[in-house]
Every structure is written in C-alpha cells, then in structure tokens.
Design a protein around this ligand. Sequence first.
Ligand code: ADE
Length: 251
Amino acid sequence: NGPIGLMAAIPQELAAHADLVIRQEREIAGCRFRIGRLGGKDLVAVEAGIGKSHAAMVATLLLQEFKCRALLFSGVAGGLDPDLGIGDVVVADRLVMHDYGALVGGRLKPYQPGVPPLPGFPEDIGYILPPDLMSKIKDALEGVDIGGFSAAATGGEPHRSRLIFGTILTGDSFVNDPVARERLHLGFGGVAVEMEGAAVAAVAQRFGAPAVVVRALSDLAGGDSHMDFPAFLDAAAGIAARVVGRIVTVL
Ligand code: ADE
C-alpha cells in the first residue's frame, strides 16, 4: 500500500507535471526523489536520466527503498506507426526491448531479457499490461480531453491528440533514421519507440508491481526526429502529463 512511483527520463518530462505537490526530497545516487502528492495520491517523482540502465536503477530504488506499489512513466517517444502523428499519445499495452538479443548475419534476433533462448522460445516477447489494469485505465480516460497542439505550435493546422494502446519499443539509442523506423514498426509491431519503458517494466515484474508507460509523440523517429524532438518536447511532455494525471487517480 505504498506510494506510486512517477518516473521521467529528462527534466522537461517531469516539469510538465505542474500540479505535483512536493513535501520532501531525498537524493540517492545523484537522483532527486520528490516525495509528495498528485491527483489525491501519495507519490515519489523522479527524473531517472536517459536509457535502460538509469531507468532500471531508479525503478529498483522506487520499489525497494520507497516501497512504491506501482510505477508510472510519463514522457515522450518517437512515433513508428504511420497512422500516428506528433502529439498523439500511446499507453503501452506491451513493452519490448528492441536491442536485446543475438546478432546473427547482421540482423538482431530478439530475445526476452534475462531468459535463455531455449528452442521453441515464443515469438511474442515483451512485458504485458494486465488486462484488468488496462480496463481501469481505459475507464479513467473515457471522454477526457487530452488536448493537443495549437496552430502556433505546429506552424500549420491545430492538432487534437489521439490516444491509443499499443506496443512501445525500448532501446538505448535515439532513433533518427527512416529505415530503422520502418524495421522497428514492421519487425516488432511497435507504435512508438523510447529509451526506458521496457526496463521499468522488467524491474517492476521482478517485484510483482505493475508498470504503466505513457508516451506522447515528440517526433516520428525518422530523418527529421533530431529537429522535431527539441521543437515538440515541451508540448508533448505536457500532453503525456495530462494523461498521466488521470491515470494516477485509478492506480
Ligand atoms: N524519445 C523521443 N523520441 C525518440 C526517438 N526518436 N528515439 C528514441 N527515443 C525517443
């Protein structure tokens, strides 16, 4: 019955939670854990840093040191599904490490992290969001206005954000490559790519705690992602924070 662990990778993702009430702070391993409240719930919020190692370390601390009962990641991602645009939101119903496996003939054969690649190992790898938790989250988000981008922000048409549940891929590289983007989408069925989510889910699973990952698209992981990411980071982080603010109330 502990607090909720609210994680982000970079300052902008946590700063988007303007209504976070901080009561106390504790620093461990260079990370500032902010103990407080959000949406009527006790929570510990922390910026973990970028990548799977930092995410795994901070997830472990939240669960072991702060006795968090659930982990919630709030941040941005690169879109992989051609149907999605910048500002759309993905809640992970499955999380997969796309860079874990064996390199064979110049191609990565994906494995489930930590599991020996036994013969007949299932293809459907990844960490699944439990269906009962997914339906609670769906109910909490039913009919909620999650916002979007104004015409000023897009430089063109205003964009109302869509919200979908789908597979989010995690790996230790920023994807800025149209070929990799298509390979990740087709090879894994991923709708978005980021650098922490599956590591959080892996640690949470070991502790028997749920992990919910929410990502708004800051870019589309293709040739323009290095320019889109800084341009849309703050706005996308804000949209993710709005969705996370709703999910907190049912966790
Ligand atoms: N986070 C936001 N955009 C990303 C991208 N293109 N690749 C990996 N992580 C991201």
